[in-house]
Design a protein around this ligand. Structure first.
Ligand code: ADQ
Length: 478
């Protein structure tokens, strides 16, 4: 295939950084959805001639006009999915097979052959779009578990490219990954990249070990050598947030006022505990609320001066497991508030809303104890956002040791979310900690988050990808 694109840097991700919305009169329009990934990559996209390839959301009919377009100097290339592909590729293989398998089998993964076929087909479509827009020798950065076959498919179409891949969720140990009927194809898919990035060194090690065991390639430390001499590096690049930006937001008078009014609306409690998550069974919302409820029931906390605010944005609502979990949490919150609440003082203030960044910063400012207790999480950015907002070096973080972030934020009160008593003890300790102790811990965590921000993550990865030997000078087998 000839190189016919002009983008020097191509981002390939499941979603575009814009959503396709349909106006009341039926005309489609693009609305920006500024997620962490797009703000991290925006500066580098500007320096390079950047293109972003992704699904615009929703299901497309054959006659939908989804031509590439330019927004803010970025070339955006929509990849359409049919209703059946949304069901089989996105809800099915991505979120019903890979997501639970890669998160320690917290829920049972489903292995369906038709889902795998859809996954392959959609990955091929993404690879073809990337091949068409990339300039000769361009860098292509493929993101996440939905697109693990793209690196190899793309290399077959365009051997001239430098290809990077980053996995935003954990990469499981060999014992779990090996359940996957298509394990070898997934490993070979990833090996199409020059660099395969993970949040933690453990993920990279799991990958290299599996490549040795299941594909039979030679490996040495973080390097895999393919039969044609090409080398693939597997390494850790822990993602982060724009810490300075969050702090600035938190310091703004509007956010400070809003934080005060949140506390006032809660009845000026002595203590506010906070949980903020996508409503997902990996996030450990249920055990966290159970632990808290027990502390209220046994009199450790009094609803008159303490409240737990749990914000849980519904997600993936068409996947059965998510509906079940939402019902379970709804029931738990209802029971706890019914049994333990008082008029004007619920034990748990439970919200399904999705908030703008300003409101998130105000919530972080309003909370004395942030409770983040996933059963397994690739990184978890919520805890880093909380830390970035605590510019007075106060506030306590209770954090699951199974979140990637626990490797960096080890001054948090680290907990095992499977151990309810352990979680209760940590919450009580955090609640009773001396201000000096809180400051000591928060200061150290803030330093980490400040020094390792998202810009460092993105530029670090791309610099290493840029340094990959251009394919023209690679040894070619004849
Ligand atoms: P997620 O599973 O989505 O990300 P997380 O890292 O915590 O988890 O990111 C959530 C983001 O959504 C945060 O920026 C947070 O502020 C925002 N958010 C959460 N609830 C919200 C609400 N109610 N309103 C508005 N915003 C809300 C996946 C992996 C993580 C990994 C990231 C990035 O599962 O482990 O850290 O990708 O790689």
């Amino acid at each position: 295939m000839t190189a016919n694109g002009n983008a020097d840097l191509v981002i390939v991700a499941n979603r575009l950084p814009v959503d396709r919305v349909i106006e009341p009169d039926g005309t489609p329009r693009w609305r920006r959805s500024p997620g962490g990934l797009v703000s991290a990559l925006e500066p580098v996209m500007r320096v390079h001639d950047g293109a972003w390839i992704g699904w615009p959301g929703g299901a497309q009919e054959d006659d939908d006009d989804l031509a590439p377009f330019v927004e803010d100097g970025m070339q955006l290339v929509p990849v359409p999915l049919s209703a059946q592909e949304v069901e089989e590729f996105y809800e099915g293989f991505s979120n019903g097979t890979l997501w639970p398998l890669y998160h320690d089998v917290v829920a049972k993964p489903l292995f369906k052959r038709e889902w795998w076929e859809a996954y392959r087909k959609v990955n091929q479509r993404f690879a073809e779009r990337a091949a068409a827009v990339a300039a000769p020798g361009a860098m292509v950065w493929v993101h996440d578990y939905q697109l693990q076959l793209v690196p190899r498919m793309l290399r077959e179409l365009r051997p001239d490219l430098r290809i990077g891949f980053f996995l935003h969720i954990p990469f499981p140990p060999a014992e779990l990954f090996s359940q996957l009927p298509w394990r070898r194809a997934v490993l070979e898919g990833l090996l199409g990249a020059d660099i395969v990035g993970f949040h933690l060194p453990g993920g990279a090690q799991n990958f290299v070990r599996l490549v040795r065991q299941r594909v039979g390639h030679k490996t040495h430390r973080d390097l895999v050598t393919l039969p044609d001499g090409r080398q693939v590096r597997a390494a850790a690049y822990p993602i982060s947030i724009d810490a300075a930006d969050f702090e600035e937001l938190a310091r703004s008078p509007e956010v400070s006022r809003r934080a005060e009014s949140i506390r006032a609306a809660l009845g000026h409690p002595k203590r506010v505990l906070l949980g903020v998550d996508r409503l997902d069974y990996t996030k450990g919302i249920y055990p966290r609320l159970r632990a808290y409820a027990e502390l209220v029931a046994d009199g450790t906390f009094d609803v008159e001066d303490t409240v737990f605010v749990q914000v849980a944005t519904p997600s993936r609502e068409r996947v059965d497991e998510y509906r079940r979990m939402r019902d379970e949490i709804d029931m738990l919150v209802g029971r706890v508030n019914g049994d333990l609440g008082k008029i004007g003082h619920p034990a748990i203030s439970y919200l399904h809303s999705s908030y703008p960044r300003e409101e998130m910063a105000a919530l972080y400012r309003a909370a004395d104890i942030m409770v983040v207790t996933p059963y397994r999480d690739g990184m978890n950015l919520v805890c880093k956002e909380y830390v970035a907002c605590r510019y007075d070096n106060d506030g306590a973080l209770v954090l699951s040791e199974f979140a990637g972030a626990a490797h960096e934020l080890n001054q948090a009160w680290l907990v095992n979310p499977y151990d309810i008593n352990g979680m209760k003890a940590a919450i009580v300790e955090a609640a009773n900690a001396e201000p000096k102790e809180l400051t000591r811990r928060m200061k150290a965590m803030r330093k980490t988050v400040r020094e390792h921000d998202v810009d460092r993550w993105a530029t670090g990865f791309l610099e290493e990808l840029d340094a990959v030997r251009p394919p023209s000078r690679r040894r070619v087998r004849r």
